[in-house]
Design a protein around this ligand. Structure first.
Ligand SMILES: [Cu+2]
Length: 309
């Protein structure tokens, strides 16, 4: 959050510095006064008289009521203005709109009209010298989560049976990472978000690829048959096949993602095999059981999964 790349995150950082500045200044004044009192008002050796007792002082009472009130008022106004600026209930012109669903313990991204559903990693277009606006509609499939990509904007709670909205912005291409920010169970820490802000041509190429059904690659027919015969298809979708489960990440373009398990591990051939062998070794407690395949069956299935580009 100390390296913002857009208006929402910059606004938050400005307010943060103001808060740190004011609270820091109060802290400095207080510690100086305490230090002064400790040094100057020490009881001298052999002096056991009581210091003068002062009861009631209107000026002092007024000062310590009015000054904090003024400080609180300023902080309140600044925060309220920030909240009004950042909270949006409708998308700005040209914003990329998508629906985010928090699941234990992964994120689903649905691009609506574009017909794209993916997991863990989302892509956003940016024009040369422009900004990328993102307008998210946030939902939860189970418990409360919170969507937070610090460089792009505020965090927003993701609450069951409630729809929240969030405006994010990036003013340059790049990969920005975020995280679920509301404790949601044992794999909460492995519920990461990757936002890829990329030039429009790259984004459009990504969209064209994501819109396609899974390629039918005959060299991996055995692996595909095994996948389709296994319970994988009750939880996962691979468009263009009979696999149409919606409980778990859509695997149609699994290999286009840089990680497995919403950021838990890098998407490499070895890691993919370890995941399919037993996801519980990688994300203990996650909602994908070990499918009890043999090592050679895992190899077959993974050879098929690797064609899902
Ligand atoms: Cu969560």
């Amino acid at each position: 959050m100390f390296d913002p790349v857009g208006v929402p995150a910059e606004t938050i950082l400005d307010i943060t510095w103001l808060l740190i500045g004011i609270c820091g200044a109060i802290g400095v004044v207080m510690f100086c006064l305490i230090g002064f009192a400790i040094v100057r008002c020490r009881r001298p050796e052999g002096d056991d008289r009581e210091p003068p007792q002062v009861y009631g002082s209107n000026p002092i009472e007024l000062a310590w009521t009015v000054v904090p009130l003024m400080i609180v008022f300023v902080l309140f106004m600044v925060s309220a203005r920030g909240i009004f600026e950042l909270e949006r209930t409708s998308p700005s012109e040209g914003a990329t709109e998508l629906t985010v669903t928090g699941h234990r313990w992964w994120w689903e991204f649905d691009y609506g009209d574009l017909g794209i559903v993916t997991a863990g990693e989302l892509h956003v277009p940016i024009d040369e010298g422009g900004v990328a606006d993102l307008y998210l509609t946030l939902k939860s499939a189970d418990v409360a989560h919170s969507f937070w990509v610090p460089q792009l904007g505020p965090k927003m709670d993701v609450i069951p049976d409630r729809v929240n909205h969030l405006w994010l912005q990036a003013n340059r291409p790049g990969t920005f990472v975020g995280q679920c920010a509301e404790y949601c169970g044992n794999q909460h820490a492995n519920m990461l978000i990757t936002v890829v802000v990329e030039p429009r041509e790259d984004f459009e190429a990504w969209v064209r690829n994501q819109q396609q059904d899974a390629a039918a690659d005959t060299t991996v027919a055995a692996g595909k048959r095994l996948f389709l015969r296994t319970a994988c298809i009750n939880c996962h979708t691979v468009r263009g096949t009979v696999a149409n489960g919606t409980f778990a990440p859509d695997l149609t373009h699994l290999m286009s993602r840089s990680t497995i398990g919403s950021g838990a591990i890098a998407n490499t051939p070895e890691n993919l095999r370890e995941w399919v062998w037993d996801p519980q070794n990688i994300k203990p407690g996650c909602d994908m059981p070990s499918m009890k395949l043999s090592r050679s069956e895992v190899d077959l299935v993974c050879a098929y999964l690797e064609t899902l580009r």
